[in-house]
Structures are given as C-alpha cells and as structure tokens.
Design a protein around this ligand. Structure first.
Ligand code: ASP
Length: 603
C-alpha cells in the first residue's frame, strides 16, 4: 500500500496514529539536525519532520523539490501550529521514508503565487496543474458539470453522444476539417456544435437530450476564445419558448445553489433584444449597474433630441447617432482625466473620433467641452434629458449608428469597471429575447450585401412573422437602407442567457416543417440544390413526423470562469490552447510526415 491517508486529512484527533503518506515535496527546510518537509498531494499539505536519526539517509539520498516521496511515521500535535492550513495542528514524525521518484528542478515554483509566466506555465502545464490555484478551478469545473448533469438527469434528460467526424454544421464559424484516408480527396468536418444531431434525436423521439460536449470552431481567436470548447448542449421536444426558459433558468439556479451556495430566488429578468440595444447598446448587457444610455439621436430608436438639433454643433449635426451616459460622481474629473478618456475612445478597438463631456457640478453649474455651442440653459436641458444628477459626468459619443452604439456600450462597461460597479461576487442573470432572425452581412467584393442567420438557419421566426418571410423577396435592392427591408424586422424565437455581461447560453425554438426550412435556406441565399446537398438529411427527416422542438447550449468554460471570478476561460481548462490556437506543450498543430500525407492523398 502506498499510503494510508492523504496529505489533506490528518487533524489533531489523529494524534498517535501511525500513517504513511505519499506525495510531492513542496519545500525542504533544514534547522540544525532536524529537517522539515512539506508534502503535497491533491488534497493538501502535511508537514513532515525528519529527526537526527534520518540524517545519514538524507545525506545519501537528498530530497529535492517535486520529488515523489513516501513517508511513514506517527501523527503528533505541533507545538508551533499553523492556522493557515487545515492540517496545521499536526505534523508527522517520520521514522522511515522512500523516494518513489526524483524530479528535475521545476522551471517555476509550484505555489499559488508562482514565478512562472504564462508561456512557461503552458509549456509545463502538467506542473502548473499541480498548483492549488489551478486545481481549485478544475474542481469548480467538475462541480458545475456534476450539478448540471444531476439536474438534467432529474428532469429526464438523456445523455446521448453524437459523432465528431461529420459534415459541416453552421454556427457562423469556419470548420476544422479532417482528411479521409479511405475516401481520398474527401474530408470530414468537426462539429461546430451537435445542432443537427440533437434535432434529429427529437425526430427520433428522444424528447429530452443533453450532452456535455466539445465543439470546434475555426475562428480568429478574439480575446478569450478557444478553438475547441465545451457546451452543455440541450434539446427538448413538444416545448414552447416559455418551457425552455423555465427549465434552464432552473438549471442555472440549481448550479449556483450546489456550487456556490448562492440561492437565486427571484425570477430571472427578461429583456427584448431591442430594449437591450437601446438601453445598453449591447445584446448581453451587464445589469449589475445602471448608467444606461440616453439615445439623443439614432435611426435605430428614432430619437432626435431637440436641444442637440438646435445647437448648431457640426459634430452632432453630421452624426447619424449621438449617445450619452451619465457617470455618477465623476464631475470633478481633471483635464488630464478627461483627456485620458478621450484617448481611450480613440483607440482603434473603440474607433471613435472624440468624446464630448459635460461636468454637472454639485453647485448646479455646468462645464463642458462644447461650451461654445451649448450655453448654461442648453447644458441644463441636456443634463435633464440625460437624467444626470449633480456630481455626474456626462460622456457623449457621436458617429455612425453601429459603431457609436458599440463604443458607448464599451465606455459604459469601462466606467463601470473603473468605479467598482462590476462586483465579482455579485451574479445577475438576464434573458435576452426576441432577437432579429436575420443579420445583414455587408457586401464583399462582387458579392452584394445579404442576409445571414443571426443565430443559425434552424431557428424559427416568431409565429406571426412567418408570413413576412414567406411573402417577401429576400433580395436587398436598396443596400444602404437594408434596415427598411421587411426581413430586418423579422424576430426570432431565440433567446440568450446573460450573466454579468457575458452570454453564457443561447438557443431557439426550431423550424420543424420542411417547407419553412427550405424557405429559410433560400432566404440565406442557398439554392435548392445546395440546401439539399448540405442538409438533405435534415429536410428528409422533417418529412417523417418531426415534433415541435427547441433547445439551448451553455458555454461551459465561460460559465465556470465567471462563477470562479476569473476573466479567462483558459484557467478553467486543463489543457488549453494559447491565443494563436497552439498547444505549446504538445507543439500542435505541427507538420505531418510525407508518408502520412501520401496515405491521405494530400500533396
Ligand atoms: N447550437 C447552438 C449554438 O451552439 C445552440 C442552440 O441553438 O441550441 O450556439
């Protein structure tokens, strides 16, 4: 037997017990003739004491960091207790030990505050995983996984595996492809999600399906994405949107209760996509704080503020959209601070030309960067329009609709962050509903602008919007005014769950009739032939009694990272890839040899 106890379980009550522990040497400290060793395993750290009688053996076989050690001795109560660790009341008086394996000197210290940089830790991820900080994250991940599975099992969902070597499923990204040796010149695609399979399972009668499943998307890795990531993927038959919202609100609440001991009793707030865009400039708003947008001028909301229209300020007059936020308690910002904010909105990621500010002083006076155009009365009016309080700093952005809305949303989040309004231990859930069915994809070279599915092509329009789709031609004649095309107004039976400003889940009620699905493919510019080639199996299945159905998928990695209070999903993945999609430990992707290429029929 290698061990009788773990390094995390012995307490004062075990005093006198003979024990054998096995683990890794964290530290070796020599005090005169006595040597102290901290021994670590997955469960904790226990202090070992090697007395003088073992000195000769220690000299012959010295211990080093990360050596794998087995030690036997009696549990004794410490005179010098360490209240910081659970085993801090005891130590082991070692009578015999054995080095089970040696270790090279690790390239960084295996401690909470390690001296290893990101790259080094990823290269030696198996050592990084020994660190407590990383281990805690993986434990949380497992707890979330368990809680989700238990909930789904209790609710009669069945875990059914679906294949990885498939034909493309469109989720809006590029496919990873795998060459086929047996069918040379042909390729499998790795699933961007099991979307079509879970729908087929509904046709097959498995009315509640789930899977904790890998998805593969070949995207340019924007901040904090992984080319392979995990979803809690679910589908239900004979449901309407409300059934799905209730079921999965229940799941998330269950997970919070089980994993974080947080009881979310209130019903999750709901907001339409239009409302989210209007009030927060964003379809995944962080509602932990207010600072909502004032739409001074916008073709999206139809606002046209009179005070602004009358001022004769060219920047506002020429802009399609003018949006403001009132930042509480910042009226005393210095010139340096407002300059810094101006630079912030001018960064390429935000892309604005400038920033207008109005300081609403606590004495009731105003000071702005546009005093030339706005006298005291006008500023007062504008402050009232923006619902600003004395002490607020109003920030105004002007430009093209989409960019300005996005920038204002980013600015709001940034100010919320700076003012400490985005608290890590506060969890605010939100359903965003009624998404547009289509999204406009701008012209690309010779290809004119066209409609793409905002969610995916299997999403059903709102029942009373189906006729708009059937009765109108999808072609966009007036590209500049695509918003006036009837398709721009079609809303989908689609929903996202948002947690603290992050989309943690998304899904929809699906199309389940062949004709409507064909109409959808046509709206997306697919010919009949192309639709049959790509999705013939699904169209065929819809002819054999497809039930009404819908579902949702949760981003498991992201959910874990938010619950763990971290910015990065990588911290919650045992073996993640870096920002260029590389596994630096394996050094993948890599070349394959000529023989392998030949077998696959690749040049
Ligand atoms: N397959 C979708 C996705 O990956 C989720 C869903 O519609 O259920 O986003």
């Amino acid at each position: 037997m290698y061990r009788t106890h773990t390094c995390g379980e012995l307490r004062a009550a075990h005093t006198g017990t003979e024990t054998t522990l096995a683990g890794w040497v964290q530290t070796v400290r020599k005090f005169g003739s006595i040597t102290f060793v901290d021994l670590r395993d997955r469960y904790g750290i226990t202090q070992l004491v090697f007395s003088e009688s073992l000195n000769q053996q220690l000299d012959e076989q010295p211990l080093g960091r990360e050596f794998v050690l087995q030690a036997t001795g009696a549990v004794v109560e410490r005179t010098n207790k360490n209240p910081n660790i659970p085993t801090g009341d005891i130590e082991i008086n070692v009578t015999s030990y054995k080095i089970l394996n040696k270790s090279a000197v690790p390239p960084f210290t295996i401690q909470d505050d390690t001296d290893g940089g990101d790259d080094l830790r990823m290269k030696f991820r198996y050592l990084d995983l020994r660190r407590n900080a990383v281990k805690k994250n993986l434990e949380l991940r497992y707890a979330v996984n368990r809680a989700a599975r238990n909930y789904l099992h209790e609710n009669h969902f069945m875990d059914i595996e679906t294949p990885f070597l498939i034909k493309s499923t469109p989720e809006g990204a590029r496919d990873f492809v795998v060459p086929s040796r047996m069918n040379q010149g042909q390729f499998y695609a790795l699933p961007q999600s099991p979307q079509t399979f879970k729908q087929l399972l509904m046709v097959s009668g498995y009315d509640r399906y789930y899977q904790v499943v890998k998805c593969f998307r070949d995207e340019d890795l924007r901040a904090d994405r992984q080319p392979e990531f995990t979803q809690i993927d679910c589908e239900m038959a004979f449901v309407e949107q409300e059934d799905i919202l209730t079921m999965f609100e229940g799941m998330i609440k269950h997970i919070f209760r089980e994993v974080k001991n947080v009881d979310i009793t209130e019903k999750v707030q709901r907001m339409s996509w239009d409302e989210a865009m209007t009030r927060y400039g964003n379809d995944k708003p962080d509602i932990r704080f207010g600072m909502e947008i004032t739409n001074l001028k916008s073709p999206f909301t139809g606002d046209d503020n009179a005070t602004i229209a009358a001022a004769g300020f060219k920047v506002f007059d020429d802009a399609q959209t003018v949006l403001a936020i009132s930042v509480p308690g910042c009226s005393e910002y210095t010139r340096k601070q407002t300059d810094e904010l101006t630079d912030w909105v001018k960064r390429p990621q935000i892309g604005m030309n400038g920033l207008v500010f109005i300081k609403c002083n606590t004495d009731g006076s105003f000071k702005s960067s546009v005093d030339k155009f706005f006298d005291a009365d006008k500023l007062k009016q504008l402050a009232a329009d923006c619902k600003a309080q004395p002490g607020d700093l109003i920030l105004i952005l002007a430009g093209l609709e989409e960019r300005t809305r996005k920038a204002t949303s980013e600015l709001r989040l940034e100010m919320g962050e700076r003012l400490g309004m985005r608290k890590k231990d506060e969890f605010k859930l939100l359903w965003v509903l009624d998404f547009p069915l289509f999204e406009y994809a701008e012209a690309d070279g010779d290809e004119p602008g066209r409609w793409v599915a905002r969610h995916h092509p299997f999403t059903s329009p709102k029942p009373d919007h189906i006729s708009i789709m059937i009765n109108n031609n999808p072609v966009i004649e007036d590209q500049a005014n695509y918003l006036s095309h009837p398709y721009a107004g079609i809303k989908a039976n689609a929903y996202d769950m948002v947690l603290n400003g992050n989309e943690i889940g998304g899904g929809s009620i699906r199309i389940f009739q062949r004709e409507l699905q064909e109409k959808m493919f046509a709206a997306l510019g697919m010919s009949d032939e192309e639709a049959r080639h790509k999705f013939g199996f699904l169209l065929g299945a819809f002819e054999y009694g497809a039930p009404p159905h819908g579902g949702i998928a949760f981003g498991f990695d992201r959910l874990c990272s938010i619950m763990g209070g971290s910015e990065s999903i990588r911290d919650f993945i045992a073996f993640p890839k870096n920002n260029s999609g590389r596994d630096v430990m394996l050094d993948a992707p890599s070349e394959i040899d000529a023989k392998q290429k030949k077998e696959l029929g690749l040049n």
